[in-house]
Every structure is written in structure tokens, then in C-alpha cells.
Design a protein around this ligand. Structure first.
Ligand code: PEP
Ligand code: MG
Length: 893
């Protein structure tokens, strides 16, 4: 016989916390709390396997289920000494869904099930409180009518409003027992009218109706959508929890509440929660009454005048505080709990791992490890790497003068200054030109995403902490002030005003997403302090990680930022990015547009000294850490002049005429520049370019040694290689120049020459390429582009369709496609190592900063990942987690 039902109660249970797959999260934890001897009202869980059976068998139940439910119900009856449907002493139950992962969108709760026209009288007599009994019955009809029978809420609301109007009442609390009876009659009429049959009076019919509604809700549209967004397989199914009711609304010695065992926003090790006296569960979240604080400290911190539970129910509070201790030492993590107090007795209704902010996650992980509740490795695993982003943002310099013009909600942390723009397109356009912008909108919508991404900060005049702007900005790590209602934005005139201040498009403002302040002009910011818990946890992460973490940087500012964040060298210096500068771009264009080697050498001579100085600076900042410099890889369309003005500048610089430049630009125009004359192909056609760059690198290494005594070992990297021959030819150029510089300087320079692996052919030919290459760096941006045959620049237009259609789970340019692109990475790593056992392997595509891609890199055994500066801490933590998880998996195997 299959076991479909698991009972709990009386200090024991048939289930356990580690049976989440079978019992769902809620059911497993109710069982666990019962086993711990905590006061849990008795109940039972119908397993997720019943849900699976239900859908596999035309929405029917296994034959044994009825008997097992009946037996479990009898167990509850025996424990509490009441009977389901008993007219004198009726047992009432709650019915709740509970999947493995908490899942909004499914049927949540039906309370007070078992009430009918007869049992309600029994409840009234037993409790001595008819008002309570009839209020409970009408709540039940409303909940059951809505979630099980599908009668819309507003029908019930209309009945209640009508009764209140008739009696001249404002509040529900003014209704007496007799008034609730009138409401109940009205509710039952609504049900009968909407469904053509009366409200079910038989408790067993009610129970099976609620169970069926929970299973049915697993496949409702909201639940399906939620599962799709969160990668939850439909096959998991939900469990159903049936539990004896306890009442927080039977008088002033009753209460209900929710709490976190530590503060979920700061992580502070203090009990944090709210309760309401004489209330039922949904009242706390419904926001009709103001909840009171559990502790005196919480009350004082929040300036509340209502008594804390610690004062109003000191004995129960002490019990609850003891439960908190017990749960934390048992689960060894911060818990989110629900409880009810019935006539002075405490009952636990739920516990689960509590959600928390990034700052709280850090503090809790560090504190718990120091308290000895968990070990350091567990602490490292407890913090979501991506969440660190919330902690790495600049804040306003407290010494700076601020001219505050408005205040909104502190919707997403960090401070940002920039030029005011009023449209997402304008935000994107200006930021592409290198401007910092603040996107100011009345409110934002999904069409604004590109502009929000491009902006440094987002300011809205309408909307709250969960408005589109707030939610999206937090997700993106952009500073956001939402709902600054004093500000008026007029899109037509392009003016934002408050009192007598008028701000026009292009004016500079500063917003502080941590306080909600909006300020005129630019206010200086300071970089975050990377000390305290952050430093402690990162220190632990560094001891457990195997892979090194480098950065993708070419400017001194980025390199310094990355060093501060713990980068262990540069994994990708994109030399073409060093040429976008207004001063240099003309010379670079001259070089690209020159139609002879002489012309190119003339332009290169202008660039060489700047290039050498760039490298000197980078080498000095990196103080002997490895620096990988990639030789020029310009997709030509990014460099060719567009306007006549730009062409004229080039013509002047090169001493030729405009027509010639225009002609050459047309000649160089490519249909498909990403697959065109870029990367090493340029070096093959014009070796003098790479020759200049290699010379600058070697000369910089010599100069830095002379100035600082620091020995630099440059790693020179060739982009877009597809064949060994390309690399051979270009390495020969580099070696020749190296020999020349060593000869003329009289100093020996150690250096490495390696290649990007960013074409499928290169990955497949890795064994041969490794005969020449001393290192590989996986350029997974191009490798993704060329493996999928999807343009990096155009994918945004149709990838969302692919994700919606379930073809791709993630954007492969963000999260490595481990199946396809990843297979090429593994092949190349394996073949490369076969030829050259000590070949250095790294990754420098965007994926180098993406945690799930980093887990893959650990599996393949890369030596390092390289990512943009702000992602360095994320990568350090993700690399540590990957190493710890890898080690755990190996020891389990
Ligand atoms: C890559 O292709 O992954 C890479 C790092 O190079 P780029 O993005 O400069 O093409
Ligand atoms: Mg590339």
C-alpha cells in the first residue's frame, strides 16, 4: 500500500524537514517543528505524489487516499478532543497548499473549514462568543466561496457594504453576532445565485472541495507563469496541508503574528516581528489595523506607541523567544515564522528560511559562523553572489554641500549624478556618447528598460517601493528614487519643476537612492567601504576559491577600482578601447583608412607614445600582477568615421583630401563587420599595427622596471584566431620586436604569447593552436555569437521570443550556454592541455562575471575568470562557492 498522507502533532510526526520533495516546504517544516516538540496544532499533509497522480489520472485520486485522510482526521480529532462536523464540539481545520518552493499564484489558504449552519451554533456555545462564531463562519464562506467555488470577491464585499450602510457602521468591528448572521444569509444567497446550488453544508464535501482546489490551482495560469519564470518543473506538484484551527481572534488573550528570527533588512541578531491582538492570520498582512511590534526595542526604534508583545503578553513572548532560539539552533539559519496565540497559549503555524537583503545576508552569514552555528564554508555559500552588487555602489560624500529640492522613496541604493533626460531613448543615446544621465519619468513601464539600463539613476514622480521603476532598478543595481511627488514633469516642454526651481533637459541632478533625496547639480560621491562583514566574508571566500579572478580593464580608473575590489591582474585589456578618446580617434581612423603601409606607419607613429604610456600606467597599477593585453580587435564599423565633419578631420590629420578619405571609407564598408576584417585578420593584412603595439608593451615593461624595479611579465594576446598559422605569423612579429627591444634596452623581458579562443574552429583546433599559444582566454562573447550564428548586436530584438517560447532558458550572452558553447570550451581546454600541460586557461567574455557561468568554469578547471571591475567581488564569491560545491559533490560521490 502506498503512503499518501503524513500526520503530525503531539510532539511527533511521520515526516521530516528533509522530505520537502514529498511534503512540500510547509508540510516538511510543520513535521519538523512537531518532532522538535514545538507547539504545532495537529494536522496532516497529503503528498505531492497525489498531485502527480491527480494529473496523470484525469484528475482523480488514488483509491487508498480517502481512507488515509479519514484516519489522519481521526488522529487530529483524538488529539484535540473534537469531532469534524460535530454539532456541539466541531473540529475546524485550515487547508493550505505547499510546494517544494514557496509559490505565489497558487491557492493559498482556506480557514475555519467544517463550519455550517449547525456547527456554527456549537462553536458559538462552546466559545461563549457568538460574534466570534458568526464572524468565523462568514470568513469561511467568503474564502471558500472565492478560492474553491470561484465566486468573485466583489459579490461578498457588496453584501457586507450593504449591511454596514443599513446599520450606519464604518468598521467591521462594529458588527454584532446578529449583524454577521445577516451577512451570512446574504453570502449564501450570493453563492446560490452564482453557482445555481447552495453553499455546501457537509464538512467532508467542504474538505474534498478544498483539497481539489489546491491541486487544481497547481495548473492555473498564474502558477504556470510563476513556474516558468522561476524554473520550477510542473512535475514537482504541490502538497496539501490540513491542520486543526487555532484562533487568534477569540478575545484579548488571543493574537496572531509573523516574525523573523533576525532582522531581515540589517541582519542584526535581534528578534524582529509584528503581531495583532484579537485577529486572524490574514488581518496582519491585510493592513486594516496597524500591527504592533514584538519587542520593546522594535517598538522604540520605530517610534510606535502601541504596546509590544514583550509588554502586553510577557509570558507568551518568553515562550516565543525560546522557540526562536530553538529554531535557529536547529535550522542554523534565519527563520521566517507565523504564530497564533489562542487564549494565552502559543501555537506555531509555519517556519521557513527567511528572505533577506544582501547586507543582512552578509551579516547573518558572518555572525552565525562566528557564533559557531555554521562553519565558514557554509557562511560563504549563504550569500547570493549577484546580491553583492547592492553593496558596491557609491554613496554621497557626507561632507559635500547638497541642495535638496525634493524627496521621494529610497527605492534602490546608491547615489548617482547625471544629466536629466525624460525619455528612455534619449537616455540610451546620450549614454552611448559617454554621458552620465538620470532618467526622469512620471513613472516607468517595460518599454523603458533600455533607458533605465543606460542611465546612472532613475527618478520617478509617481509610484511606490514596488513600482516598476523601483523593482527594475533594484534588479539592475541602478540608483532609484521613486514617487518624488512634489516634482512635476512636463514631457512636452521638457521641464521638471518644483516650487520655483525649473530643471531642463541636460541640467545636472543628483539622486540618492538610499535616502530618496533629489539634489540640484553634481554632489561628490565616495566609494563604498569594503570593510567589516564584507571584508570578512570575502576573506573566507578567497581561502576556499581555486580559480583566480582578474578584471577586464584598460583605463587607470577601472584598473584601480578592480584592484580595490580584489582583482588579481588584468585578464583582458581591449586596446581598441584605448583609442575612443577624442584626441586619439582621429589618428586611429587615419591608420585604418590609410591606403599604404607608409600612411599607416605615419599614423601609428602618432599613436605609439600614447600607447606606451597607457601600458606603463597599467603595469604600475597592477604592481607585478599578470596583465593580458589584447592586440587591436576593432570591428571596423565602430571606428570608421560617419559624418563629413569626422572625415574632414581625418583628411586633415593625414594630409590628404576629403574625397580620398570618403572613397576609402566606402571601400572599407562591410556588410557584416562582426565577421569581417577584424581581430588578427587586421594583423595579418597590416602587421605594422601589431608591431607598434608589441613594441609599446615591451618598452613599457622596460620603463616600469627602470622606474619601480617591478618585473612585469606581459601576456600578449591575439584575438579572433581560427588557425594555428595565423598565430604563428603574428607570434613571429611579436618575437622579433621583443628581441629588438631586449637588444636595444639590454634587458631581458619574459613574456607570454597566447590567443583568444572565440571561434568554433579555434576550439576544435586547440591541440594544434596550443603548440604555439602559451595561454588561451575564452572570448565567450564571440564564441557564443559564432556558435549560435546569432549576432551579438542584433540578438536583443528576438531573444526574448526565444525565451518566451522556451527554446532558450537564459540569454546566452549573459549566462553561458553550457550545452553548446560550453562543450566547445571543454573540448578546447582538454585538447589544449593535451598539447601543453601547463597551458594557462581563462575566460574574459561577459560570462566571466556571471555566477552560474563561473560554476561551469570551475568544472572545466579554468585557471581564472576575468570580468568588469564591479563584478570582481561577485566573481570571487561565485568562484569560492563553485569550489566548495565541487568539493562537496566529489566527497559525496
Ligand atoms: C569576447 O569575444 O568574448 C571578448 C572578450 O572579446 P570582445 O567582447 O572584445 O569581442
Ligand atoms: Mg571577441
Amino acid at each position: 500500500m502506498n503512503k499518501w498522507v503524513y500526520s503530525f502533532g503531539e510532539g511527533k510526526a511521520e515526516g521530516r524537514a528533509d522530505m520537502k520533495n514529498l511534503l512540500g516546504g510547509k508540510g516538511a517544516n510543520l513535521a519538523e517543528m512537531s518532532n522538535l516538540g514545538l507547539p504545532v496544532p495537529p494536522g496532516f499533509t497529503i503528498t505531492t505524489e497525489v498531485c502527480t497522480y491527480f494529473y496523470d489520472n484525469g484528475k482523480s485520486y488514488p483509491g487508498e487516499l480517502d481512507g488515509q485522510v479519514r484516519e489522519a482526521l481521526e488522529t487530529i480529532e483524538r488529539i484535540v478532543g473534537m469531532r469534524f462536523g460535530d454539532p456541539e464540539n466541531p473540529l475546524l481545520v485550515s487547508v493550505r497548499s505547499g510546494a517544494r518552493a514557496s509559490m505565489p499564484g497558487m491557492m493559498d489558504t482556506v480557514l475555519n473549514l467544517g463550519l455550517n449552519d449547525v456547527t456554527v451554533q456549537g462553536l458559538a456555545r462552546r466559545s461563549g462568543d457568538p460574534r466570534f462564531a458568526y464572524d468565523s463562519y462568514r470568513r469561511f464562506i467568503q474564502m471558500f466561496g472565492n478560492v474553491v467555488l470561484g465566486v468573485d470577491h466583489h459579490h461578498f464585499e457588496e453584501v457586507l457594504e450593504q449591511v454596514k450602510r443599513d446599520r450606519g457602521f464604518d468598521l467591521d468591528t462594529e458588527l454584532k453576532a446578529a449583524d454577521w448572521q445577516v451577512v451570512i444569509t446574504g453570502y449564501k444567497e450570493v453563492v446560490e445565485k452564482e453557482l445555481g446550488k447552495p453553499f455546501p453544508q457537509e464538512p467532508a464535501e467542504q474538505l474534498w472541495g478544498a483539497i481539489g482546489a489546491v491541486f487544481g490551482s497547481w495548473m492555473n495560469q498564474r502558477a504556470i507563469t510563476y513556474r516558468r519564470l522561476h524554473d520550477i518543473p510542473a512535475a514537482w506538484g504541490t502538497a496539501v496541508n490540513v491542520q486543526a484551527m487555532v484562533f487568534g481572534n477569540m478575545g484579548d488573550d488571543c493574537a496572531t503574528g509573523v516574525a523573523f528570527t533576525r532582522n531581515p533588512s540589517t541582519g542584526e541578531n535581534r528578534f524582529y516581528g509584528e503581531y495583532l491582538i484579537n485577529a486572524q492570520g490574514e488581518d496582519v498582512v491585510a493592513g486594516i489595523r496597524t500591527p504592533q511590534h514584538l519587542t520593546i526595542a522594535g517598538k522604540e526604534e520605530n517610534g510606535s506607541t502601541l504596546p509590544a508583545m514583550e509588554e502586553s503578553m510577557p509570558e507568551v513572548y518568553q515562550q516565543l523567544a525560546a522557540v526562536r532560539e530553538r529554531l535557529e539552533t536547529h535550522y542554523r539559519d534565519m527563520q521566517d515564522i507565523e504564530f497564533t496565540v489562542q487564549q494565552g497559549k502559543l501555537y506555531m503555524l509555519q517556519t521557513r528560511t527567511g528572505k533577506r537583503t544582501a547586507a543582512a545576508a552578509l551579516k547573518i552569514a558572518v555572525d552565525m559562523a562566528q557564533e559557531g552555528l555554521i562553519d565558514q564554508k557554509t557562511g560563504v555559500l549563504r550569500v547570493e553572489p549577484k546580491s553583492l552588487d547592492q553593496l558596491l555602489h557609491p554613496t554621497l560624500d557626507p561632507k559635500a554641500r547638497k541642495q535638496i529640492i525634493a524627496k521621494g522613496l529610497p527605492a534602490s541604493p546608491g547615489a548617482a549624478s547625471g544629466k536629466v533626460v525624460f525619455s528612455a531613448d534619449e537616455a540610451e543615446r546620450l549614454s552611448e556618447l559617454g554621458e552620465a544621465v538620470i532618467l526622469c519619468r512620471i513613472e516607468t513601464s517595460p518599454e523603458d528598460i533600455h533607458g533605465m539600463h543606460a542611465a546612472r539613476g532613475i527618478l520617478t514622480t509617481r509610484g511606490g517601493m514596488t513600482s516598476h521603476a523601483a523593482v527594475v532598478a533594484r534588479g539592475m543595481g541602478r540608483a532609484c528614487v521613486a514617487g518624488a511627488g512634489e516634482l512635476r514633469i512636463d514631457y512636452k516642454t521638457g521641464v521638471m519643476s518644483v516650487r520655483d526651481v525649473q530643471i531642463r533637459v541636460g541640467d545636472t541632478v543628483t539622486i540618492d537612492g538610499s535616502t530618496g533625496e533629489v539634489m540640484l547639480g553634481e554632489v561628490p560621491t565616495i566609494q563604498p567601504e569594503l570593510t567589516g562583514d564584507f571584508a570578512t566574508l570575502m576573506g573566507w571566500a578567497d581561502t576556499y576559491r581555486r580559480m583566480k579572478v582578474r578584471t577586464n580593464a584598460e583605463t587607470p580608473l577601472d584598473s584601480r577600482t578592480a584592484r580595490k575590489f580584489g582583482a588579481e591582474g588584468i585578464g583582458l585589456c581591449r586596446t581598441e578601447h584605448m583609442f575612443f578618446d577624442a584626441e586619439r580617434i582621429v589618428a586611429v581612423r587615419e591608420m585604418i583608412l590609410a591606403d599604404s603601409e607608409g600612411g599607416r606607419r605615419a599614423a601609428l607613429a602618432k599613436i605609439a607614445p600614447m600607447q606606451r604610456n597607457d601600458f606603463v600606467e597599467l603595469f604600475k597599477i597592477m604592481k607585478g600582477l599578470p596583465v593580458t593585453i589584447r592586440l587591436l580587435d576593432p570591428p571596423l564599423h565602430e571606428f570608421l568615421p560617419n559624418s563629413e565633419e569626422e572625415m574632414r578631420e581625418v583628411a586633415e590629420g593625414a594630409g590628404t583630401d576629403l574625397a580620398k578619405v570618403q572613397h576609402r571609407a566606402v571601400q572599407l564598408h562591410e556588410a557584416n563587420p562582426m565577421l569581417g576584417h577584424r581581430g588578427c585578420r587586421l594583423g595579418i593584412s597590416y602587421p605594422e599595427i601589431y608591431e607598434m603595439q608589441a613594441r609599446s608593451i615591451f618598452e613599457a615593461a622596460v620603463e616600469v622596471f627602470k622606474e619601480t624595479g617591478e618585473t612585469v611579465i606581459p601576456e600578449i594576446m591575439i584575438p579572433l584566431v581560427g588557425t594555428k598559422k595565423e598565430l604563428d605569423i603574428l607570434k613571429a612579429v611579436i618575437d622579433r620586436v621583443g628581441a629588438e627591444v631586449m637588444q636595444s634596452s639590454g634587458r631581458k623581458i619574459d613574456y607570454l604569447v597566447g590567443t583568444m579562443i572565440e571561434l568554433p574552429r579555434a576550439a576544435l583546433q586547440a591541440a594544434k593552436i596550443a603548440e604555439t599559444a602559451q595561454f588561451f582566454s575564452f572570448g565567450t562573447n564571440d564564441l557564443t555569437q559564432t556558435t549560435f550564428g546569432i549576432s551579438r548586436d542584433d540578438a536583443g530584438a528576438f531573444l526574448p521570443d526565444y525565451q518566451r517560447a522556451g527554446i532558450l532558458e537564459h540569454d546566452p550572452f549573459v549566462t553561458l550556454d553550457t550545452e553548446g558553447v560550453g562543450e566547445l570550451v571543454s573540448i578546447a581546454a582538454e585538447r589544449g592541455r593535451k598539447t601543453r600541460a601547463d597551458i594557462k586557461l581563462g575566460i574574459c567574455g561577459e560570462h566571466g562575471g556571471d555566477p552560474s557561468s563561473i560554476y561551469f568554469c570551475e568544472k572545466v578547471g579554468l585557471d581564472y575568470v576575468s570580468c568588469s571591475p564591479y563584478r570582481v567581488p561577485i566573481a570571487r564569491l561565485a568562484a569560492a562557492q563553485a569550489a566548495i560545491l565541487g568539493e562537496q559533490a566529489a566527497s559525496e560521490a
